[in-house]
Design a protein around this ligand. Structure first.
Ligand SMILES: [Zn+2]
Length: 222
């Protein structure tokens, strides 16, 4: 992974719009703001959210078909969602939503992200999902794979609804609350950092010069 510096620790950077050297939050020459704010982040979230929603709908179709399918679809959606954010951020500092909106995640010290930043940025969601899996395990412990498979699909759904511990629902609520909190928290600091940016030591910047495909980036330039 390239480790070129994008902005300096004091917040100095070359304005991607006009090329003059800029400092802190905006370019004095053309007014370009380096830190990605509310609306562009919302658009980015809508794009990534839609991509994930489509995949989750496909994965959920066979969920109640059998014991195996229930475990497989839940595990597959966990890996897909977390790898989507973790791996793409670790590789390029960008998810497809960020590629389309031309924003990227960098470290607070101005360098490109490392894997540790990408993992920390997703650590809270990962933790919640692992707790939810534990809840699924507690519900499934009330039956055997054989007995579960004897039920009809609606009965399987009903069975899981009956034995699923309450904390699974609270974890789901916490995931939504966490996702929404991002948009409120970024309004209250000048670098527009959300909670996961504070956890991971990252910040999101705008860079309209970036090619749509991140592997086409010229790594000799910031
Ligand atoms: Zn400028």
């Amino acid at each position: 992974m390239a480790s070129s510096r994008v902005i300096s620790e004091t917040g100095e950077w070359i304005c991607p719009k006009c090329g003059s050297s800029a400092g802190q939050y905006r370019c004095a020459n053309c007014g370009f703001r380096i830190y990605a704010g509310f609306f562009i982040r919302l658009l980015c979230q809508a794009i990534d959210g839609s991509a994930i929603w489509v995949v989750s709908q496909i994965l959920q179709l066979p969920m109640f078909r059998s014991y195996f399918f229930f475990i497989f679809t839940n595990a597959a959606s966990f890996f897909f969602f977390r790898l989507y954010f973790m791996v793409l951020t670790g590789l390029w500092g960008q998810t497809p939503g960020k590629m389309l909106t031309k924003i990227r995640v960098i470290r607070l010290d101005g360098y490109e992200v490392r894997w540790s930043n990408a993992i920390l940025r997703n650590i809270f969601e990962t933790f919640l999902v692992l707790i939810m899996f534990w809840g699924y395990g507690m519900a499934l412990a009330h039956t055997s794979p054989h007995d579960f498979n004897l039920l009809s699909a609606p009965e399987r759904e009903e069975f899981l609804g009956k034995f699923m511990p309450d904390f699974v629902g609270y974890c789901l609520l916490a995931r939504y609350a966490y996702a929404f909190s991002e948009f409120f928290v970024l309004l209250f600091n000048k670098k527009k950092r959300a909670i996961h940016d504070f956890i991971a030591g990252t910040v999101i910047i705008r860079d309209p010069r970036m090619p749509f495909l991140p592997w086409r980036r010229d790594s000799s330039k910031p």
